[in-house]
Design a protein around this ligand. Structure first.
Ligand code: ADP
Length: 163
């Protein structure tokens, strides 16, 4: 199977992302996770914090990918640079579809040789997003069923301003 890139903000990584990675890893021989720095999107966690949490979460869940990289700029340029033939994205609801559809068609225009591949969310994670996790944690809720312990502890430090 072609080599694939799974890009995202991962601010922070959740069990929804990990489920997509675990399933994509079985489909593709070589899966790379790419953490994007998007100047238009403000993140709670820095580039390095997000990368560290992705790596630690993958380790903790025993999921092996070929590498975890960070990138900025056009997604298709990153995919080309790393010889990726596919871009993997996860789909939750209608709201994801509109955006992903637009992105996929734009990316196909920019790089017709790269195929976008969509994996449907697992039912149990269909409501789960990084934003919801941050909101719940900031308000003192339990997010242990949404994110690995290492992520939960990092968020706790962030919101207590110890980090
Ligand atoms: P982005 O800013 O690129 O949307 P995200 O980190 O929010 O970055 O998401 C990365 C990818 O993972 C997107 O394709 C998104 O739809 C998908 N995703 C996020 N959460 C889930 C989930 N709970 N189930 C399935 N896919 C998800």
């Amino acid at each position: 199977m072609p080599k694939a890139l799974y890009p995202g903000s991962f601010d922070p990584i959740t069990y929804g992302h990990l489920d997509i990675i675990e399933r994509a890893e079985k489909i593709f021989d070589d899966l790379m996770v790419g953490i994007v720095e998007n100047p238009r999107k403000e993140t709670l966690l820095s580039f390095n914090e997000r990368k560290e949490l992705v790596k630690k979460s993958l380790e903790g869940e025993n999921i092996q990918v070929s590498s975890v990289i960070t990138f900025s700029g056009l997604l298709v340029n990153c995919a080309k640079q790393h010889n990726r033939e596919s871009i993997v994205r996860g789909l939750r609801a209608n709201s994801d579809f509109e955006y992903e559809f637009q992105m996929a068609l734009t990316n196909r225009d920019l790089a017709p040789e790269i195929e976008s591949v969509f994996l449907m969310t697992a039912g149990e994670y269909s409501f789960l997003s990084s934003s919801i996790v941050k909101e719940v944690k900031e308000l003192g809720g339990d997010v242990s069923s949404f994110v690995p312990g290492v992520v939960e502890r990092k968020l706790a430090r962030k919101f207590s301003s110890a980090d």
